[in-house]
Write a protein that binds this ligand. Sequence first.
Ligand code: NAD
Length: 487
Amino acid sequence: MGSALHCAQTMQTLLIDGLWCTPDSETAIDVIDPSHDKTFSTIGRGSAADVDRAVAAARRASLGVWRNTSALERGRLLARAASLILEHADELAAIEARDTGKPLRQARAEIDVTVRYFEFYGGAADKVAGHVIPFLQGHQAIAVREPHGVTAHIIPWNYPAVMFGRSIAPALAAGNAAVLKPAEDACLTVLRIAQLLIDAGLPPGVLNIVTGLGSEAGAALSAHPDIDFITFTGSPQAGTLVQQAAALHHTPCVLELGGKSPQIVFDDADFDAALPAIVNAIVQNAGQTCSAGSRVLIARSRYDEWLARLAATFRELKVGVPEGNHACGPLINRRQWQRVAGLVDAAIGEGVERIATSSIASDAPQAGYFYAPTLLGNVPRTHPIAIEEVFGPVLCALPFDDEDDAVALANATSYGLVTGVWTRDGSRQSRVARQVRSGQVFINCYGAGGGVELPFGGVGKSGYGREKGLAALDEMSVIKTVVQRYE
Ligand code: NAD
């Protein structure tokens, strides 16, 4: 598995000023294979002092070498990084699959998405243009886009490589120097890809990484006075702490938090097309996807019929080790398994009906954190399982009466990330898309989180600000207005 594992075994998992180093404290965090519940590596537990060093290195790079690197050259560097990541795609997919437990085939596809981020933002780097503003006679007014300076990036464990690309590629393209705190539960591909960026020619200090705990390195980074912008992806609870810390220094943030995304299936839907998309949207990554379609809202007149078809599909699915390329792998850790099982058991105890469960492959290790995808019915609309994020492969089915009821039900949580709408009626497609409270809407399709090109982010408890697409470059830069009087 190359240098990511080597770095991890030597605990040299901090990247500061272009050098891999051990944290101040020499304390280790175990890296656990969730398919086997076995420690197979360690990472360094970075401290506030390590974060200080990383931020100082980023500041030097931001004021020095990186400021003097043209947008064209930044773009070329990201494009070189994309090629190197692609060359190492199989190696990276193997690391990702072991670290997170996800199916190898899925991990490989995610490396392609990571490559796309570097390609997309590499190509966009020299297209971050400002504009000229009509103003008073004898004055020229322009608005230019500048990098923030030093950006902080806190990312989760569910899609480590993809999250790295999504966060870091636009930041560097826009001209920022970055400090990244990856998730303690899975970050080995992040370390390996960072080395590939160095191999592509990234100057020292432009990307710095501090591995460690959220409550330590993460908290220190979000409270740091010399950070100009924060992008955080994770739970609403940690998002609140990050916002509070950032408020101390008025540091702007983008927050990508959780979701309870609905798939609305009207009575005229093409259910043959909807069925695999609905199942995939909750089973992919064992439901550990912020934009997982975790609620299926079905027109009451078709509810029994379509619920039976969903149940039959759930019963066919298998969960197992990454090499088996099953529908999904284990949950990320024991705590997450206990949380998911606890929420489902509590719901069943309160009258929610278990309509169908998938099976765990016979060769799946007993110790692994495997949780069989579960379809729940008879779910009261306000029950916690119907409105709160589970972050596991658990789909709640609820019937609705008419279009107004469907929209009301879709909007009945405090989240608003992604919505799927399944209907053949074009007018209804437009009406519903406009009325749902959601950062993205997919009509007769569902791409959990959407493509690299599509602006992505939430409303309400799902967060604010946008990543992906060209919108990310707006977030990662700031407008400066320059007014010049001329004779
Ligand atoms: P988490 O919030 O515990 O951790 C996410 C990251 O934040 C990790 O790197 C962690 O170390 C760090 N962190 C934790 N506490 C912190 C603190 N006090 N200060 C600074 N950083 C801190 O979340 P998780 O359990 O790793 O991920 C699951 C959650 O993330 C789910 O709610 C899910 O919906 C959400 N998520 C959202 C998106 C999105 O794009 N909207 C993507 C993936 C995950």
